[in-house]
Design a protein around this ligand. Structure first.
Ligand code: NDP
Length: 662
């Protein structure tokens, strides 16, 4: 081809972007207009390089002796000091003892790592296949040397290698390297065909052997993360936080900014009150809107507020019980992680026992139904009080304890979004506690109250099938959340969002009083369904639950242990962070299968209320809006975190929530 120096398939030396190091690459193609060569490194990394960044292999052979992997222009320099094989890495600490390692004697392969440049060191000639501008692309940050393909050999080793280099190179435990690679632990972004790998579990026995061998190797060569590495990790976390903050400042605030937050503080409680007033009426059609507003005075009841407070304290007491395991949260920007007591399920069992005792002693649970509006008002006031407390205590906190999104400087916005990330009184974590305990368990209790109310109001001996199913479906949902409580530690609410009015109101008012709308609706608007309809709705809910639970469990299992035998046969793509993304299984179906399952279940719950009114569908409509918005937030975050790999995942899995629709 005219004007072309290197042919497709030719082996040449390619400069590693941003450095003076050259490695053997294969020319894949030449991009006509940009005149950039697509080249493939031996480990599979594919980049586009300028012609001036490619050299004939013979240039190195003839010109260089001492630094074959460095730029020919530096052939006379002491560039061996940057030789890949010389760079200290977790596997190659250069103590004299290490040189006398057992691996010393045999050198079947003389391997060295390409010693890639640090992050963001790309030269202007570098262009990723994804076509993003070089400045915006974070470095592929190649793997530490343990992860390299056994076949990787730099010219440095082949051409001239000192004894020291050989010793260093020989320390690389090949089997660990192979097993890790096979197990898909890689830190490269790359092209889909090249990077999509099987999950490791072709053979459980082999995996176990590999894991044991890896452990032994790691132990033998002291390959634990060193202090510097931990520090680097902390620095990266801080850098990420800084970037996130910068992005918040640039892109503006969420939820409509200051005005949006200001309005939401009023709109949310008013919505709850209006919904309850509407559903409490016989006629719930739009013609009956707005409902008759009761006198403000009648909305407040001291005893009701006292009961709310007691419920909150009772749940707090259960949370403090030293039962259940203690789990670590995710690593914070200061490098530490918090401990969390996992005893939500225990709390549920003990709460159920307390309710059973109340029934046994003939305590009138219908008091909750009779004062339902007052309960919602009391919970709202309580959530305001707790949010004010949270805001003021956050003013005394250091910046690294605050959430990125909650430090705009605007009082109203920060009050709404939440400033402090993990507000704690001693070991009592307020956000974690509120997320799953008083509101969620309260929701089940309210549903039960509605079941009794339906029987009383409609003078029935037994609750309706719809009411029973609503209770069962939602009980399953709550039990599932509590049983898998540990999974909440990696959710956006816990990891990223501060604790302010938004979450406090959501957890303590919205969940118990809005999520129980279907049961409340059925009290005054009974909907008798046939067994056939019931079976269809049960099937729909079961399907939704299977998608929801299957996908959540699959991801949790994968995040916890990518080598889990349960994940056999799934394909993944690696990312520059070291984590992989699942591209088959549930996460290859759509990009948020767990949200889809959640939405399907919400539809099943609403369908039990029939088609007479839209109000029982409020929850389903709200959940769709919430999860679509949440999905967009998560996509932004993942895109920033995983860069090209996320783009590739999106290409591979095209739909976000519903196949062929969205
Ligand atoms: P997810 O559990 O969906 O977590 C999203 C994270 O999963 C991403 O940030 C990413 O994190 C990871 N991830 C994304 N794609 C992949 C992939 N292909 N392979 C591996 N990991 C991937 O987020 P939520 O916390 O929002 O939701 C948890 C559950 O809670 C859902 O089922 C949701 O429906 C439910 N929920 C219910 C609400 C309700 O009111 N009913 C409200 C909010 C949530 P990383 O890579 O960092 O691990």
């Amino acid at each position: 081809m005219s004007g072309r120096k290197y042919a497709d398939g030719e082996l040449v030396m390619g400069r590693w972007p941003g450095s003076s190091l050259f490695y053997e690459v294969k020319v894949v193609s030449l991009n006509g207009p940009s005149h950039l060569y697509t080249v493939e490194y031996k480990d599979g990394t594919t980049l586009q390089l300028k012609e001036s960044d490619l050299k004939k292999i013979s240039v190195f052979k003839t010109k260089k002796k001492g630094s074959a992997s460095s730029s020919p222009s530096r052939s006379g320099s002491r560039s061996r000091s940057r030789s890949p094989g010389r760079r200290p890495s977790p596997g190659t600490r250069r103590s004299p003892g290490r040189r006398r390692s057992p691996a010393k004697g045999h050198s079947p392969e003389k391997i060295s790592s390409p010693d890639p440049p640090p992050r963001l060191l790309y030269s202007s000639s570098y262009q990723s296949i994804g076509g993003r501008s070089p400045e915006k692309i974070s470095s592929p940050d190649p793997p530490p040397r343990l992860l390299y393909s056994p076949s990787y050999q730099s010219i440095d080793v082949n051409e001239k290698t000192t004894k020291e280099d050989i010793l260093d190179i020989n320390l690389t435990p090949l089997k660990v390297r192979e097993s890790l690679r096979e197990n898909n632990i890689s830190r490269y972004n790359g092209e889909p065909d090249k990077i999509e790998n099987d999950t490791p579990q072709k053979n459980t026995q082999l995996i176990n052997e590999q894991a044991i061998e890896s452990k032994q190797m790691l132990h033998r060569y002291s390959l634990r993360p060193r202090r510097e590495e931990i520090k680097t990790k902390e620095m990266v976390l801080r850098e990420e936080k800084y970037l996130e903050k910068a992005e918040v400042n640039i892109k503006g605030l969420e939820f409509g900014g200051k005005i949006g937050a200001f309005l939401m503080i009023f709109i949310l409680p008013i919505t709850v009150i209006l919904l309850l007033l509407m559903i409490g009426q016989k006629d719930v059609s739009m013609m009956a809107f707005p409902p008759a507003i009761p006198a403000l005075k009648s909305l407040w009841d001291q005893s009701v507020f006292g009961i709310c407070l007691l419920w909150f304290l009772f749940q707090a007491l259960l949370y403090l019980l030293p039962i259940g395991k203690v789990a670590d949260g995710v690593q914070l920007s200061n490098g530490k992680s918090l401990k969390y007591r996992i005893n939500g399920f225990h709390a549920f069992v003990l709460s159920s026992a307390a309710v059973a005792a109340a029934l046994y002693f003939k305590i009138n649970l219908l008091y909750v139904y009779d004062h339902f509006l007052q309960f919602a008002v009391s919970a709202t006031i309580f959530s305001f009080l707790i949010s004010i407390y949270l805001y003021f205590r956050s003013l005394k906190k250091a910046e690294d304890q605050l959430s990125i999104g909650g430090i705009s400087g605007n009082v109203i916005y920060d009050f709404f979004i939440g400033r402090e990330l993990n507000p704690r009184i001693g070991t009592f974590d307020l956000k974690y506690f509120c997320e799953l305990r008083p509101g969620l368990i309260g929701w089940v209790l309210i549903n039960l109250v509605m079941l009794f109310a339906e029987m009383k109001v409609n003078v029935r001996d037994a609750p309706s099938l719809s009411m029973i199913l609503v209770n069962c479906f939602q009980l399953l949902y709550v039990l599932d959340a509590l049983w898998n409580e540990e999974a909440i530690l990696t959710t956006m609410d816990i990891v990223h969002d501060g604790f302010g009015f938004m979450l406090a109101f959501g957890d303590l008012v919205w969940v118990p009083f809005v999520y129980s709308l279907q049961a409340f609706y059925l009290v005054n608007h009974p909907n008798d369904i046939s067994l056939l309809v019931a079976a269809a709705v049960v099937a729909l809910n079961t399907f939704g639950y299977a998608v929801f639970r299957g996908s959540n469990s699959q991801k949790n299992a994968f995040r916890r242990n990518p080598q889990d035998p349960k994940l056999t046969g799934l394909k993944t793509i690696p990312t520059a962070t070291g984590k992989c993304l699942l591209v088959t299984g549930w996460w290859g179906f759509v990009r948020h299968p767990n949200y889809l399952g959640d939405i399907i279940m919400s539809l099943a719950w609403s369908l039990l209320c029939g088609f007479n009114h839209i109000l029982p569908y409020f929850y389903a409509i709200y959940l769709i809006c919430l999860l679509v918005h949440r999905e967009a937030r998560d996509e932004r975050r993942c895109k920033k975190k995983y860069g090209l790999a996320w783009d590739q995942y999106c290409q591979r899995v095209r739909y976000r929530l519903v196949p062929y629709i969205y």
